[in-house]
Design a protein around this ligand. Structure first.
Ligand code: FAD
Length: 464
């Protein structure tokens, strides 16, 4: 028998249930990736993600070729492509790992029903600790608050023993044609991606190396994770998004490390909780798919967002707001495809609360520019910060970018790294926006008055 393994966000050989079970059950295994443009624009990959995907597919194929197999690349609507692959290869089993955004879920349901008529279809969970429908409130409804969700998840249990890499991934004598990777045109024609990718190593091996190297740092995670000048977090997010590593592998290795380093317990417990926020965002998107476009808190349907916001949005996007920590974050994003979590919250708060730009505009910019852009986590992060999502901070808690910067980047190291215009300011001045009359001509004046805009946001919120 021959199995067709359809890869999506699971570009790894280890702890890959679809691949593992295909190899155990069938004599021959064909692995295919289909570049399938899903119908909704929000499901399309952003530009930075497409670059990452290019390198991830390349790394995966190299790994696979070392084991005597090869990745088949195709482009087009997934169902006819799969049907054609099945017909030409004689494969009788199809294996895949689930993806959970609403458009993919609907597509995969239809594909499963159709293919089931002619072959065996097997699908698995590879990218979450538990399925989004498994952990529910005692009354059977989904959670909307994180802490009880996470408690219930821990009580439900986490299966944390990862599956091994299959020893053999035997290819059939005849492998179908593959498009060359460049034919997918994932890289931009104007090569802005080279500088961005200099910050990253892509693929399963790089992801595992990064996790293992981070293990000793986990002891300080709880404190260090808030300091953007440090490498206090794992930076595993793009690897997790593309499935180069699974959350189960991170939990397994953390637990293994703790056996010999019990002093790191509190840091790693906190890390686990962050993986928990990822699970929570998937849980919410699964149960409330309308939140892709509308706030979970329905009161915000009537919120009077600024209508003519193109100019302020552009200054925010380009890191020219005149608030040093914001500009540092936006430039870090532009140059590296990633931004520190604390700074993501600060920039999102300024955009949605002080500038009254709808959260969807920020979500869209992040979706296009982040290498870890992930529908569930991104929509959740934006709604949480805008105060219109699940378990959000109360609306009146509006981040002050200057106080945040003084607290979390006290020596201004992060700011100076990304905003060279402020290189020569002392540790006090580096946090403060330029004041009228300063001779710092190349750095912009603040885009908005923080106090007045805060008062306006609170007044508008009271109205809804
Ligand atoms: P670590 O601190 O090392 O955490 C480990 C992993 O846990 C992360 O890789 C991530 O998968 C998960 N995680 C951590 N924090 C969160 C969180 N708050 N919500 C969900 N998962 C979390 N994360 C994305 O992966 N993709 C996004 O598109 C995304 N958009 C965001 C938008 C906004 C406005 C905000 C406030 C947060 C967003 N996040 C997003 C969450 C978080 O900022 C990133 O996951 C984190 O910064 C990634 O860095 P790390 O891998 O070093 O994290």
């Amino acid at each position: 028998t021959t199995a067709l393994v359809w890869l999506r966000q699971d570009l790894r050989l280890a702890d890959n249930p679809a691949l593992y079970h295909a190899c155990r059950t069938c004599e021959h295994v064909i692995l295919a990736f289909i570049d399938d443009p899903l119908p909704t624009s929000i499901s399309q990959l952003g530009a930075a993600s497409r670059v990452w995907l290019h390198h991830s597919l390349q790394a995966f194929d190299e790994h696979l070729q070392a084991l005597g197999n090869r990745l088949i690349l195709r482009q087009g609507a997934a169902l006819p492509v799969l049907q054609q692959l099945l017909a030409t290869t004689g494969a009788t089993h199809v294996y895949w790992n689930r993806v959970y955004d609403p458009a993919s879920l609907a597509r995969d349901k239809h594909i499963k029903e159709t293919l089931k008529q002619t072959c065996k279809v097997h699908s698995f969970n590879a990218s979450l600790l538990n399925e989004p429908w498994e952990v529910l409130k005692p009354d059977g409804t989904p959670y909307k608050v994180f802490t009880p969700f996470w408690k219930a998840m821990l009580k439900y249990g986490i299966q944390h023993l990862p599956l091994p890499t299959p020893e053999r991934i035997p290819a059939p004598a005849y492998l179908p044609d593959s498009l060359p990777l460049n034919a997918l045109a994932l890289l931009p024609t104007i090569r802005w991606d080279i500088g961005m990718m200099a910050h990253w190593q892509v693929g399963e091996v790089a992801a595992m190396r990064k996790l293992l190297a981070f293990l000793p740092k986990g002891a300080n995670y709880k404190e260090a994770r808030n300091l953007p000048a440090q490498t206090g977090t794992t930076r595993l997010s793009p690897h997790l998004h593309f499935g180069e590593i699974s959350p189960r592998q991170t939990v397994y290795h953390a637990k293994h490390y703790l056996q010999s380093h019990p002093e790191a317990e509190s840091g790693w417990r906190h890390f686990m909780q962050e993986i928990g926020w990822r699970e929570f965002s998937y849980h919410l998107l699964y149960h409330f798919p309308h939140t892709l476009e509308r706030a979970l808190d329905a009161r915000f349907d009537a919120f009077p967002w600024a209508e003519d916001h193109a100019a302020v949005l552009e200054r925010w996007q380009h890191g020219k707001t005149g608030f040093p920590i914001i500009d540092a974050g936006m430039r870090e994003l532009w140059q590296t495809g990633w931004m520190h979590n604390r700074v993501r919250m600060i920039v999102a708060s300024l955009l949605t609360k002080n500038l009254l730009v709808p959260w969807q505009a920020g979500e869209q910019w992040f979706r296009d520019t982040l290498v870890d852009a992930d529908l569930a986590s991104n929509v959740f992060g934006w709604q949480w910060t805008a105060g219109c999502g699940a378990d959000a901070a109360p609306y009146f808690r509006i981040f002050n970018p200057i106080l945040q910067s003084q607290k979390f980047d006290p020596e201004g190291k992060y700011i100076r790294r990304w905003v060279p215009e402020l290189q020569n300011r002392d540790n006090k001045q580096v946090h403060l926006p330029r004041e009228r009359g300063d001779d710092l001509r190349e750095y912009p004046l603040p885009l908005v008055d923080l106090k007045a805009s805060r008062t306006l946001a609170l007044t508008l919120f009271k109205q809804i």
